[in-house]
Ligand binder design. Sequence first.
Ligand SMILES: [Mn+2]
Length: 502
Amino acid sequence: MTSDEQVKASHRNTPTSEEFRAFIASGWAEPDAAPVPRAEVADHAARRRAALSRQFPGERLIVPAGGLKVRSNDTDYTFRPHTAFAYLTGLGAHSEPDSVLVLDPTSDGRHEALLFFRPLAPRDSEEFFADSRFGEFWVGPRPTVQQLEQQLGIATRHIDTLPDVLAKDAGAVAVRVVRAADAHLAELVDQTRSRAQDAPSASAQQEADEEFARHLSGMRIVKDEWETGEMRRAIEATHRGFDAIIAGLPEAVGKGRGERWVEGLFGLYARHDGNGVGYESICASGDHANTIHWTKNTGPVREGDLILVDAGVEVDSLYTADITRTLPVTGRFTDVQRKIYEAVLEAQEAGLAAVRPGNKFSDIHAAANRVIAERLHEWGLLPEGVTLEQTLDRERGGWHRRWMVHGTSHHLGMDVHDCQMLLRQDYMDGELKPGMILTVEPGLYFKADDLLAPAEFRGIGVRIEDNVLVTQDGHENLSAAMPRTVADVEAWFDRIRSGADA
Ligand SMILES: [Mn+2]
């Protein structure tokens, strides 16, 4: 219904006779009628929908999965549902494009959840054999309405009946839609809303939608035990991907364009173990590490370089890890690499120590940043006469930020930058609570052409990033099993290269 239009080639229109249609529809075994077991996540998703329902009584809430985006002509990008849809249905990577979750208000002040999707077409349909985008012959089977209902415990309807529900008592019921998930559907909702008597202004409606999106984004900020379990699985898979990178570095050096080799190795593990990468992997060797989001990965990996790898596996439920390790390609740090690496590690330790309930989110950055500023001051890199306190002054200082321009932390979950829509008061200035999961990832970046950096620092960039759960009395580093200290990283290389970990 709302996927992009594809450009179909007219030269592929094959006429089909009645005889052929009857023939291709016949001679197939009866489909498996066994009931589908209820998914483990179904109860969690029901609880999430109930929490959402309480916040918006009497309103119709529309949460689209989003549609397919055309890559070129009649081929699409890999589909990923909008996170709000995946969170509220529990469908994750198995969501179907163009699905829509509607929370329809009921007379008792609650909501009935209705899931609209395109069910498996019967075998006497043209779709079955002729539709290269949705047909079973082309992309495989989808569940039936009954199967999806059994799996999720949500009343499920054919996608074709969605417009009726959207138009139902227009005007009498306030409607909100997740605009970013599906622009076509948002437009349809806008038209329906504007036709209603005494309709609020378009801007008032869009503001209501924005508040809805913000709520959906923020309601995921505290993770329950099931979600934390998914995060642990994502991190374990990411660890295995990094093991494979270490084992593969000699080959990456030898083949040339080694950053791509490293990206491919991690991607192999991500696709094999999980749904894929949670974001484009950053595989940045040598001076490329000083480009914070280096995802081109076109460069060589050289003996003697550090390679910064920032990558995470996303599991089928769509929870993703986000880990950075900066690794010496040979397995041994040089003295100057070690000096910079240990400053970043010390900053990370300070950031980690600030992760505890009652602290503000921004306290993590403040703690890590102070160590970064201290080292740069001590090394004589700040302008002549600038004191530590002056550079740390938020309004008038900031010289140290030349060598670390990014923040230290972000929330992490189904979106790599999770809960992104929250306002400053609830994010940066928000209090840390048990169950939150976030990153701690300071860095130091000395570009090859940075004339203010000591010559021996130039071309070295370091970031260390872990994924941390806020607990009742502090934190748990969920990625603690991945070595971080200089000695532990070097031992990691020794272990893998001696075959002990392979
Ligand atoms: Mn990150």
